[in-house]
Design a protein around this ligand. Structure first.
Ligand code: ATP
Ligand code: MG
Length: 259
């Protein structure tokens, strides 16, 4: 089972779009996928229209309990309109209470919840945070990290900051002799202007900055308004002709990052 965290310190830089896209692409290829919404703002949960059966049955239940083996299997909700192979573990506003969770071992809970999970792939949609309990939980659970970015100053900043958090996390693991730590698989840049003549200078500069890390993955994902519009209707943009270019990019990227 591969566990992939989608991370950036910045807000609004395509983390959720990338997490959902990689999840749906893999699920429609026949992989069993669990998509975990770790963001109290719940963008993935709202887009997928996954309502917990009871108020407390969301990712917050995992983050509040040490003995949470099997919780991810219990909490995942199928999104039939996207794929029968895809389950989403929803978030809720009060997941933000867990940001003040400093009890011993709290960072292991998300990983513990994956025990017994019948999935080939887990994707974690991270909130935009500079470290902290939620991110520590995601990095502890993940074996792979993808940074998401728009081609903007915020996008680049968010990747640089997130990489600092990840580097420190990996150093700490090395210090205690941990046998493994999450791999940085690369940066996915999305919502870019794909007409080169119309490309704003800021996008070109941001692409250069991200390129200097040596982690920028290709192709970059083009900007199409359908990606924003489907959030209001709970649909999958890949089901529309105007979303095809975006879908094609994520299909190629998934071949690079999903085992
Ligand atoms: N390929 C795309 N084409 C057009 N718009 C896009 C594309 N990808 C993402 N967007 C839009 O960009 C905005 C930010 O994307 P998204 O919500 O995925 O970012 P995020 O990093 O998860 O944000 P947050 O920090 O709020 O969780 C959204 O309005 C989304 O619809
Ligand atoms: Mg998001």
């Amino acid at each position: 089972m591969q566990v992939l965290a989608i991370y950036s310190e910045s807000g609004g830089v395509t983390k959720t779009s990338t997490a959902v896209s990689l999840a749906v692409v893999a699920a429609r290829k026949g992989r069993r996928v669990t998509l975990i919404d770790l963001d109290p703002r719940s963008a993935t949960t709202k887009w997928a229209r996954v309502e917990p059966e009871q108020d407390h049955l969301h990712v917050g239940a995992i983050l509040a309990h040490d003995d949470c083996e099997g919780y991810a299997e219990e909490l995942g909700i199928v999104v039939p309109g996207w794929s029968e192979n895809l389950r989403v573990v929803p978030a809720a506003r009060n997941v933000s209470n867990r940001e003040a969770e400093y009890s011993d071992g709290a960072e292991f809970r998300l990983k513990t919840s994956l025990v017994g999970l019948e999935s080939d792939l887990v994707i974690i949609d991270c909130p935009n945070r500079q470290g902290g309990p939620l991110i520590k939980g995601a990095l502890t659970a993940a074996d792979s990290i993808i940074y998401a970015s728009k081609l903007s100053g915020d996008g680049v900043d968010g990747v640089i900051g997130a990489r600092q958090t990840v580097t420190q996390f990996k150093k700490n693991l090395a210090r205690i002799g941990a046998p493994s730590s999450p791999d940085e698989l690369g940066i996915i840049a999305a919502a870019i202007t794909d007409n080169l003549v119309a490309q704003p200078v800021v996008e070109r500069v941001a692409a250069e900055d991200l390129g200097e890390t040596g982690l920028l993955l290709t192709p970059m994902v083009p900007k199409r308004t359908i990606v924003e519009q489907v959030r209001l209707t709970g649909e999958w943009y890949g089901d529309y002709p105007s979303g095809q270019k975006v879908l094609d990019a994520y299909i190629q990227l998934s071949e690079r990052v999903i085992r």
